[in-house]
Design a binder for this molecule. Structure first.
Ligand SMILES: Nc1ncnc2c1ncn2[C@@H]1O[C@H](COP(=O)(O)OP(=O)(O)O)[C@@H](O)[C@H]1O
Ligand SMILES: [Mg+2]
Length: 384
């Protein structure tokens, strides 16, 4: 396996596996730095393709296409975690370094491995049990109690693949059927007061740079608003940042690691899940931080020095889901743009669908309260 981590400088070619909005914004940051960009995605029309110098539409199991892709790249990264680690191994075998590594990807893409990793490192997370049958689920609920939540081990996102268990009387055979997966992870329900995330960049030499904590508000299990600075005490902020760095170091990740956390009433912090890539809760870094998360990811995976993670001003990010699109039309974007502090980002994803992430808005202001009020006003105007 090639683990060569020499710096890769522009105008070298960065390959990105996956070509959704995270790949698109990563590609834009890479191009701003003077890199050339190649994307690889099963879809011909994936939204990062239009930003890349070259796009390969092929499956992640197409070893020949992966080898051709690798031969044109100086370094390869990814934009989402549901890529088979074998695809990364194929690229490594072709002599091109991939960050994050197949091992990091394998841990972060599967809830069982993720939770077992956190447990093995003594990193605080929700109490959990791995279950593989209705009988195992019943035994686990008897041990952990209720409420609880059962999650699929593989391919969960935006609350998909999760079934809540409100009480011990819940029909667990029905819950198991609804999960429709061979393996699940049962988690105790955490009565958190706040959800936050911390994005850490880590270079191959072990240097880390950590962003301020972001406060996340979900609607229907999908991120709705991200607020920075998070409205937490300095102690909670420091605890969350330290925990995120600890996870990144324990994982030995190269690139970004986004760590989602629960904040409890007593100020303690638990790790919920992590993603080895740019994260939806970091989109406002484009407009409000010295270094955007996308630029930082490119720097880290290419072996360049990391950039300043400080926010220049408070900022709020509002996701724009397909639900906002009127039938057959487009939203009236002047409702966003007439606030001079609102920055509109659209991903050119084509067909809007309910819950589909079509774009986002960032409002940058002097105070969190002002940024939040303006983001909410824009949201209301778009829905009107
Ligand atoms: N153990 C838990 N206790 C309380 N709420 C939870 C728990 N697990 C998940 N949630 C809620 O569900 C959301 C989505 O769960 P998460 O595990 O982050 O999956 P994903 O983001 O991949 O859909 C979390 O952001 C949180 O609001
Ligand atoms: Mg999550």
């Amino acid at each position: 396996m090639n683990t060569h981590q020499a710096p890769v400088l522009p105008p070298a070619t960065l390959g990105i596996l996956g070509a959704g909005q995270l790949g698109r914004m990563s590609a834009m940051a890479a191009r701003a730095l003077g890199f050339r960009v190649r994307t690889f995605d099963p879809s011909e029309t994936a939204c990062a393709a239009g930003i890349a110098d070259h796009h390969t539409a092929a499956g992640y199991d197409d070893a020949e296409a992966l080898r051709r892709f690798a031969s044109a790249c100086d370094r390869v990264t990814l934009e989402f975690e549901n890529i088979p680690p074998a695809a990364l191994e194929t690229i490594l075998a072709a002599g091109v370094t991939v960050n994050p590594s197949p091992r990091v990807l394998s841990v972060c893409q599967n809830r069982r491995r993720e939770k077992e990793f956190l447990g093995s490192q003594g990193i605080p997370c929700a109490p959990f049990r791995v279950v593989d049958s209705p009988a195992a689920l019943k035994a686990a609920v008897a041990e952990l109690g209720a409420p609880a939540v059962l999650k699929t081990a593989d391919f969960g996102y935006d609350g998909k693949g999760q079934v809540k268990i409100p009480s011990r009387d819940t029909d667990l055979d029905a819950v198991w059927e609804r999960l429709a997966a061979p393996v699940g992870v049962l988690e105790a329900w955490i009565p958190f007061t706040l959800e936050i995330s911390v994005i850490v960049a880590r270079s191959a030499t072990g240097e880390t740079a950590v962003y301020p904590a972001c406060e996340n508000i979900h609607a229907n299990h999908i991120l709705h608003l991200t607020i920075t600075p998070a409205r937490v005490s300095a102690e909670v902020e420091a605890r969350a940042r330290a925990l995120a760095v600890r996870v990144a170091e324990a994982l030995d990740v190269v690139g970004l690691l986004a760590v989602e956390l629960f904040v409890l009433a007593d100020g303690s912090v638990l790790v919920n899940e992590m993603a080895p890539r740019p994260h939806n809760s970091g989109h406002h870094t484009i407009n409000a931080a010295v270094t955007s998360q996308f630029e930082q990811h490119v720097r880290a995976v290419c072996g360049l020095p990391l950039g300043d993670t400080r926010f220049m001003k408070p900022a709020v990010m509002l996701n724009l889901l397909g639900d906002l699109w009127p039938a057959g039309g487009i939203p009236d974007w002047t409702r966003v743009l007439r606030d001079p502090a609102a920055k509109l980002h659209l991903y050119d994803k084509g067909r809007p669908a309910p819950g589909r992430k079509m774009g986002h808005i960032t409002v940058v202001a002097d105070t969190v309260e002002d940024a939040l009020a303006r983001a909410r006003a824009i949201d209301a105007a778009l829905r009107a």
